[in-house]
Design a protein around this ligand. Sequence first.
Ligand code: COD
Ligand code: ATP
Length: 194
Amino acid sequence: MGKKKKVIAITGGIGSGKSYVAQLLAKRGITVYDCDAAAKRLMQQDAVLQEGLKKLIGADVYQGNQLQKSVVTKFLLASEEHQQAIQQLVHPAVATDFLHSPYNWIESAILFEAHFDQLIHPDIIISIIAPLQTRVQRVMQRDQLTEAQAMDWIGKQWPQEELVKRSTFTINNDDDTNLDQQIDCIFKQIDFHI
Ligand SMILES: CC(C)(COP(=O)(O)OP(=O)(O)OC[C@H]1O[C@@H](n2cnc3c(N)ncnc32)[C@H](O)[C@@H]1O)[C@@H](O)C(=O)NCCC(=O)NCCS
Ligand SMILES: Nc1ncnc2c1ncn2[C@@H]1O[C@H](COP(=O)(O)OP(=O)(O)OP(=O)(O)O)[C@@H](O)[C@H]1O
């Protein structure tokens, strides 16, 4: 058996700035595996996953071969049970894909909520936090959502304090605190650079 690869997970709720921080890391030569993008790619390509989703949500989750994101969103936000059921289908596929990928860094909004941490066993966890109102504004602007829709997503995710408690490092992305300095500080404290 090969040695387990080092895994550095970035987490944080919707609009906290995970992808933004990933862009700053890209400038330092680090590629961060994007769970949302991977989930969508696999839901589009993986035949077993497609069958599972059709059984769970209904045949209209695909039109032809095309994933209907609005159908998934409506189903997912309807109840805790629905959210859990989708995650139980999608996350093992994403975890396997990540563990077989060449990447060490990964970003997921729901690392803990979905027990994804227990599938990928991160060595280091970095949480990204920002004031709630800032996150709502960012998401409304980025995704053309209403405040209520942004709050629906936030309601499906853990409070930031819980993420911070379980993280090795926290980055404050509140628009005032310098992000590159915080990243530098973390890099000084980790004994491997990937
Ligand atoms: C619902 C979907 C179709 C919405 O797609 P869309 O392109 O509109 O948004 P995107 O994927 O960028 O998600 C935006 C944000 O919503 C939040 N979110 C997505 N899925 C979940 C979830 N299962 N639980 C809580 N929040 C979630 C995250 O903060 C995410 O970054 C998509 O997110 C999806 O298929 N989710 C279910 C699969 C899943 O659990 N993905 C999480 C990463 S593995
Ligand atoms: N420090 C910042 N300065 C300027 N814009 C920012 C900053 N942080 C985030 N943003 C913007 O806010 C929006 C949300 O950030 P981002 O997409 O990184 O969030 P996220 O945590 O990845 O959210 P999600 O869970 O939905 O994937 C994006 O449009 C991003 O460009």
